[in-house]
Design a protein around this ligand. Structure first.
Ligand SMILES: [Cu+2]
Length: 131
């Protein structure tokens, strides 16, 4: 291999690297959406959501997992777009059953309260804060 062909190869490698870096700058990958589990009914047998408060970002997913002492659901208070998107009135009877909801991409920041209809009187409630 003479010097000239080595230079040509190095030039080609450099060009590819520059292109790769440039394309990363042009198309930044969006932050990956996160997924959170909220247990309905604590492991110790309490009528609680675990965790009972959660901080999320638009696009994140919340999985409400029926853990113990069903039936449960998770109904959000108020009639905001976010409350409607996250609310689920269907009762879950089977342990392990999961209902997944997605925080809307255009969700307004704020704290949204929710409760379990059958166990609201027992204080089974929680809140989701959208940041
Ligand atoms: Cu419940």
């Amino acid at each position: 291999m003479n010097l000239q062909s080595v230079r040509r190869k190095l030039g080609a490698i450099l060009a590819v690297m520059v292109l790769a870096v440039a394309s990363m700058a042009l198309f930044p990958s969006p932050a990956a959406a996160a997924s959170y589990d909220v247990k309905m009914g604590s492991d110790s047998g309490m009528l609680q959501f675990v965790p009972s408060s959660l901080t999320v970002k638009p696009g994140d997913t919340i999985n409400f997992v029926n853990n113990k002492l069903g039936p449960h659901n998770a109904v959000f208070e108020g009639d905001s777009a976010v409350s409607k998107a996250l609310s689920n009135k269907n009762l879950s009877f089977a342990p392990g059953e999961t209902t997944s909801v997605t925080v809307p991409k255009d969700a307004a920041k704020g704290t949204y309260s929710f409760f379990c209809e059958p166990h609201r009187g027992a204080g089974m409630s929680g809140s989701v804060t959208v940041q």
